[in-house]
Design a protein around this ligand. Structure first.
Ligand SMILES: C[S@@+](CC[C@H](N)C(=O)[O-])C[C@H]1O[C@@H](n2cnc3c(N)ncnc32)[C@H](O)[C@@H]1O
Length: 342
């Protein structure tokens, strides 16, 4: 008999796949709801680049099992998912090349400690969260509609906003809307997008074939075309992003140069001179061999989307796939990198 993969107990009654992934589910009487403070959310955001919801709904049965395992291991930190408990029992160096999952500890407030102790009979000082277990969405607030200059010549301009462009300006227009951006990422305000834009400005050459994996609003794909790319493929797995990016491409009059397709890396036809991917580090690490395969020899992969603590995960995976790290840039705690294929 094998122990349950989720709670590591033999006498398991929990349903697998429950856990912190279910934080967005409505709380039930079988769960305890931990309201998170702004400080907790802010600290988690600083360490991971991701946002936590306002409250975590933790299934009671699973919580009891995980707390039992943690208490037995003498831990003051309560792991809230399968990989977090595994990481606790079999610790591996985190954040280093080839290390285990990236774990973040969130200190509990006195009230939260009391809630957990009442529910489990065990006292903990913090929660142990593996950010990759938390369901995350790429989302930006589209509330700033002023033109923005990024790098030497790129200007991000919401449609309809006045901007007196100089002859050297490379203007990327983004669709104006109701301010929600329809849940799509890519306003140009985020440091991860800005790092990508600046690195593309330095590496895209006239006539290049460019792949933009995870195009979101289409901002990088349009910027690449403005920088002179001869052919750009913009891919995204989300339908809303594909619709939005198509609108961006039309707005900029680039339908002949930029193709927008719904799909992942498998939809790309190699080789590309430049591949850009502003996506979370766990996804980049997983896709590293495919990303490397789409870059031509002598071409570059531009990655973004990692906070500093997670850059090594991406570097390890991409270098293991045969590319060499050429450059690393930081902005507000985010890291953009350029890898070259020999
Ligand atoms: C952080 S946003 C980047 C948007 C834009 N490129 C930018 O730089 O602002 C990441 C985008 O990648 C998409 N995405 C995530 N995983 C993906 C995958 N495996 N293949 C293609 N797109 C993916 C998401 O839907 C999201 O639109």
């Amino acid at each position: 008999m094998m122990p349950c993969e989720q709670c590591l107990l033999y006498a398991c009654k929990c349903r697998s796949n429950e856990g912190i992934n279910s934080v967005s589910n409505p709380p039930t009487s079988d769960a305890i709801e931990l309201r998170l403070t702004p400080t907790q959310k802010e600290r988690y955001g600083r360490q991971t680049g991701l946002s936590l919801p306002s409250s975590l709904s933790l299934p009671l049965a699973q919580l009891k099992r995980l707390s039992g395992v943690a208490a037995k291991a003498g831990s003051e930190s309560l792991p809230v998912s399968r990989s977090a408990v595994r990481q606790l029992l079999e610790p591996e160096p985190s954040g280093e090349r080839g290390g285990g999952p990236f774990v973040v500890e969130v200190a509990l407030t006195p009230r939260q400690k009391e809630q957990i102790e009442r529910a489990t009979g065990h006292c903990f000082a913090s929660l142990r969260i593996v950010p990759d277990d938390v369901t995350v969405t790429y989302h930006e607030t589209w509330d700033d509609a002023t033109p923005l200059r990024v790098g030497r010549a790129i200007v991000i301009k919401p449609a309809g906003e006045p901007h007196e462009a100089s002859a050297a300006d490379l203007v990327v227009e983004l669709p104006a809307g109701d301010g929600s951006g329809r849940g799509v990422f890519g306003t140009g305000r985020h440091p991860a997008t800005q790092l990508s834009l600046v690195l593309l400005e330095e590496h895209v050459r006239p006539g290049d074939r460019v792949l933009d994996l995870g195009t979101g609003s289409g901002i990088l794909a349009v910027a690449a075309a403005r920088l002179g790319a001869g052919e750009v493929l913009a891919l995204d797995i989300e339908a809303a992003a594909v619709d939005f990016a198509q609108e961006t491409v039309s707005l900029n009059g680039l339908a002949g140069a930029v193709e927008v397709v719904r799909g992942g890396i498998g939809s790309a036809v190699a080789p590309y001179d430049v591949v850009a991917a502003n996506i979370f580090p766990n996804v980049l690490a997983e896709l590293a061999p495919s990303l490397a395969a789409t870059v031509r020899h002598g071409g570059v992969l531009v990655t973004s989307g990692s906070v500093a603590a997670r850059a090594e995960e991406v570097i390890g995976a991409v270098c293991a796939a045969g590319l060499g790290l050429e450059e690393r840039r930081s902005q507000d705690g985010w890291v953009g990198m350029v890898f070259k294929k020999p």
